[in-house]
Design a protein around this ligand. Structure first.
Ligand code: PBG
Length: 329
């Protein structure tokens, strides 16, 4: 500190901050190429349905999803992440791998309308199970819980059915051990060597997924996700998870939530694979809520939040602000 102070007036940091110099020296910049727009497709509706906990976001009917994708494409968004709300739920998530399931149909619709759109699908069972957990439930040593190995086959089926429908990238979000290598093997066996895997490698058991429960109808009937998602306090565990997913063959690693976990993001970025950050539902709704009350400037807050995620090391950012940001950039 004394060293730095002693340099003044030779070292003047503000010299580089003048209006004409500053843009030349800027480090992180977000572009439209970095943005992925999550979309909710609901098999039970015929007109878009607003999501109350996420002002400005909607569930879309299958029949309307192509138009939404085209709109995003025309704004310069190159990728969407699809979530499905099925008409049928059961204990073992059968409709998640139905060739005529909601996501499978939605992928085909989007690809037909905008073939170049990079379609990512969420590979998980929580929207398709009646108990709302991410796979098969059974009895473990400590009571009822998500069973790891019995759920892997389910994930394989879901991933393969998404790839068959035309998904470019499958994104397992269930936090099962071994799910990346399991899905990789299944995809390769079915001839989908070219399908990428974006692993939700570092997914924390976060309260900030709250609004998503309404958005995707994926609330759980008992317990929570703390036996499969990472505790927010743990960073070494988080990095190890990402390392393991990298070793298992993940093409892209993801940190989720994004904004509160920038230390993790910065470290995961050092592993050498492309890194995605997911600015989750709660992060969206917080900014929306504050902006609606006039407590902060929405555009400035959104662009700052995205820029900080980029600065920390994200190559791509999954954000419900994708369309707005594309308009503002
Ligand atoms: C499914 C899944 C969730 C989210 C993405 N995929 C919910 C959860 O894990 O509880 C959350 C996304 C968001 O909050 O925006 N497992």
């Amino acid at each position: 500190m004394t060293v730095l102070l002693s340099i003044f007036p030779k070292r003047r940091m503000r010299r580089s901050r003048s209006r004409h110099i500053q843009p030349l020296l800027r480090e992180a910049t977000i572009t439209k190429n970095d943005l992925v727009a999550p979309l909710f497709v609901d098999e039970l509706i015929t007109v878009p349905k607003p999501i109350a906990a996420m002002p400005g976001q909607f569930r879309y009917p299958i029949s309307g999803i192509a138009e939404v994708a085209l709109g995003l494409w025309n704004l310069g968004i190159r990728s969407v992440l699809l979530f499905g709300i099925p008409k049928h739920k059961d204990a073992v998530g059968t409709s998640a791998y139905d060739p005529e399931g909601v996501v499978q149909q939605a992928v085909r619709e989007v690809k037909k309308a905008v073939p170049e759109m990079v379609v990512i699908t969420d590979v998980c069972a929580c929207e398709y199970t009646d108990h709302g957990h991410c796979g098969i439930i059974g009895t473990s040593r400590y009571g009822t819980d998500l069973l790891n190995d019995p759920s892997l086959e389910l994930m394989n089926r879901i991933a393969v059915s998404h790839a068959k429908s035309g998904a470019d990238i499958v994104a397992p979000s269930c936090m099962l051990d071994g799910v990346v290598s399991s899905i990789r093997t299944a995809l390769d066996e079915e001839g989908f060597e070219e399908a990428l895997i974006m692993a939700y490698s570092t997914k924390f058991a976060s309260a900030f997924y709250g609004p998503f429960r309404e958005a995707a109808d994926s609330g759980f009937s008992f317990g929570d996700r703390s036996t499969y998602q990472i505790h927010p306090a743990n960073s070494r565990e988080a990095i190890l998870e990402s390392q393991l997913d990298a070793d298992e063959g993940a093409d892209i690693l993801m940190v989720k939530p994004g904004g509160f976990y920038l230390d993790i993001l910065a470290e995961v970025a050092l592993l050498g694979l492309p890194v995605a950050a997911y600015q989750v539902s709660g992060e969206y709704s917080m900014i929306k809520g504050a902006a609606a009350n006039g407590w902060l400037n929405e555009k400035d807050a959104v662009l700052e939040s995205l820029n900080c995620i980029k600065r920390a090391g994200a190559d791509l950012i999954i954000t419900y602000f994708a369309a707005d940001a594309a308009r503002w950039l």
